[in-house]
Design a protein around this ligand. Structure first.
Ligand SMILES: [Zn+2]
Length: 249
């Protein structure tokens, strides 16, 4: 059992929340009951995840994608009202951590994706040092890397193979980080792994020879929240469960 305020303070320190400029508020987004014993983690505070957390009698929900983003008009209507109403009706706390959860050196999305893919960062790159880069752990080309990603994430990536060079340095950044491709190239990457692809990356891959792999926004970002949840379970003796709500994007 832990007090909500203690949990929030612990997470703020653990994830170095103050270090990041972000697109939405990091920390407690919806205030629920004062004490937390049961914690559910998940990727996105969707209605399906909130309903599953209610079913699991969670006192708190910990997610990567919360409810509030810059550019929203701020009205609690429609689908957003439905999400907030469920949380409030059940006294459930919602904790959301976006960039701080991507970046954490051991528990974050990038670090945890690296573990799944056999990649260890020895440097960072890009805006706010969010990108990870390290040496390939074996002799690989882009096709072999894509096959490994497909096996480990259970989802075949979109592959732009580059010029077929052996991959010495591999860079990665989870989610919608396709805009980091050029920064990855400047940092010396032979291949860049992220969640999504937009139109320009295909051309950049062809023209620079650096491979680009779009491995799924959801698929690359489902490992950080449960890692933090497990950490909290151990730290405070909580019951914790990660609930996967599949997403093809
Ligand atoms: Zn994301």
């Amino acid at each position: 059992m832990v007090q909500r305020v203690q949990l929030e303070a612990h997470l703020a320190t653990l994830l170095a929340v103050d270090r990041f400029k972000d697109y939405g508020p990091n920390g407690l987004q919806v205030e629920g009951r004062d004490e937390v014993q049961t914690l559910v983690s998940g990727v996105t505070a969707s209605r399906a995840l909130i309903d599953a957390a209610i079913e699991a009698r969670a006192d708190a929900l910990l997610v990567h994608h919360g409810l509030f983003w810059r550019g929203q008009d701020g009205r609690l209507v429609g689908w957003l009202r439905e999400r907030v109403a469920r949380l409030l009706a059940h006294g459930m706390n919602l904790f959301a951590y976006h960039l701080p959860l991507d970046a954490h050196a051991e528990l974050g999305n990038n670090a945890q994706l690296g573990l799944r893919l056999g990649l260890l960062a020895d440097a960072r790159f890009g805006e706010q040092d969010l990108g990870f880069i390290g040496a390939a752990d074996a002799a690989l080309d882009a096709a072999a890397l894509a096959e490994r990603v497909g096996q480990r994430l259970q989802r075949a990536p979109v592959l732009l193979a580059g010029d077929g060079r052996p991959l010495r340095r591999i860079a990665w950044c989870t989610g919608g980080a396709q805009g980091y491709f050029e920064a990855a190239i400047a940092a010396g990457a032979d291949a860049f792994i992220t969640g999504e692809i937009s139109e320009p990356q295909a051309h950049i891959a062809r023209e620079t020879g650096v491979a680009f792999l779009a491995c799924g926004h959801h698929a690359t970002e489902r490992y950080g929240a449960p890692a933090v949840g497990e950490h909290l379970a151990q730290q405070f003796g909580l019951e914790h469960r990660f609930i996967e709500i599949g997403n093809p994007a």
